[in-house]
Design a protein around this ligand. Structure first.
Ligand code: AMP
Length: 359
């Protein structure tokens, strides 16, 4: 079987690394000449609006999936009808637009921070009145890793916030004083079967994910599973999904979802029976899903901007290095390490050494 992937970054690369042992071949449609997935398959070096390249991709693969949620709707339109595309395109449409996404959460009774649409400065001022401060102004589309966001602490900042995000359609959200950021990763097969990974506890630095710790056995697990199940069923979803959550007391508020494999699930490569990458492939191919049970106690540290020397990482026992083969650049995710220990306390000590002395 041959799998087409839109995008050729590290998520595509790790999908291919998971799929090769299953006998799968890969094609990556990616405009970047140095796509880091390219060594793992055939790189169709083309833009997402290149209809000839899209038709050629559709003709040569059995299924198409994607590694980022900003796939243009026109790209999907060219592919649909020619080849199965999973996760289903409506999931993309919701994930691309924060207003649609949060409105869907509301419809599904998935709690979210209070929010309101903002299309101009007057509406922003009215939203500040309604929601109160502090609040976060976020562009409806194309925001990621904290980009396209402005935290408002006083009403006098309205004009500056509106200018800072580029005066584009946005939403204003209540700023949540959360105790933890968590994510639940789940996978749904073509037959509707759903499996969940244990919650990940996530720490961001300068808006970019730095650390994910697997938290099997958390009391909030079943609540998170219930919330993500509503989303999966409404979207008739196929593949891996990540739902990002804020914990406030014992409650969970949904921040956003990613219709794809997710950075907070990289620990599943070594820390779960079957990784998010393999399960995503199994799902989109209509194959039986694999166990999402944890193996040991795992955590993942991202390497951002530069990779530490391999020797330093590998000197830590029970530690697995992933070098994405990318050119180092400020703010760029260039690799990660997963530690997987037989107990949580030694895992946490290894994570501290990795973060504070090595990464
Ligand atoms: P996002 O792009 O929506 O995932 O936001 C990036 C990061 O900003 C999140 O992981 C949080 O750390 C923070 N953040 C986003 N929205 C809020 C909010 N409503 N309240 C507090 N922090 C937030």
């Amino acid at each position: 079987m041959r799998v087409g992937i839109l995008g050729g970054g590290q998520l595509a690369r790790m999908l291919a690394l998971a799929g090769r042992p299953l006998g799968l071949d890969f094609e990556f449609l990616c405009p970047a000449p140095d796509a880091c997935a390219a060594p793992l398959g055939h790189h169709r070096h083309a833009g997402f609006h290149d209809e000839d390249a899209l038709r050629a991709l559709a003709a040569s693969v059995d299924v198409v999936t994607y590694e980022f949620e900003n796939v243009p709707a026109e790209t999907v339109a060219v592919l649909e009808g020619r080849v199965p595309v999973y996760p289903p395109p409506p999931a993309l449409a919701h994930a691309q637009d924060r207003l649609r996404e949060k409105t869907l959460f509301r419809e599904l009774d998935i709690p979210t921070p209070a929010f309101a649409p903002v299309d101009d400065l007057a509406q922003l001022r009215a939203a500040i009145e309604d929601i109160g401060l502090p609040a976060v102004l976020k562009t409806r589309t194309e925001g990621y890793d904290g980009k396209g966001q402005f935290v408002l602490r006083e009403a006098g900042q309205a004009e500056a916030a509106w200018a800072a995000i580029g005066e584009v359609p946005a939403i204003l959200e209540a700023f949540v004083d959360y105790s933890r950021e968590l994510s639940i990763l789940a996978v749904r097969g073509r037959d509707g079967e759903i499996r969940h990974y244990p919650l990940s506890e996530n720490t961001h630095e300068r808006g970019i994910l730095r650390l994910s710790v697997a938290r099997p056995g958390e009391a909030l697990q079943s609540r998170a599973e219930e919330l993500v199940r509503r989303l999966l069923e409404r979207l008739d979803y196929v593949g891996v999904i990540a739902l990002e959550l804020f914990q406030v007391g014992d409650a969970l508020l949904a921040n956003e979802f990613a219709p794809r494999v997710h950075n907070s699930g990289h620990w599943t490569i070594e820390g779960a029976e079957i990784s998010q990458f393999e399960n995503h492939l199994r799902a989109v191919l209509g194959w039986p899903l694999g166990s999402t049970d944890p193996v040991g106690f795992a955590a993942m540290v991202n390497f951002i901007g530069h990779l530490p020397p391999a020797e330093a990482v590998l000197a830590l026992p029970h530690t697995h290095l992933h070098d994405y083969g990318k050119t180092p650049r400020e703010g760029r995710k260039v690799g990660h390490a997963t530690v997987r220990y037989p107990d949580a306390a030694t895992r946490d000590r290894a994570v501290s050494i990795l973060r504070e002395r090595i990464a």
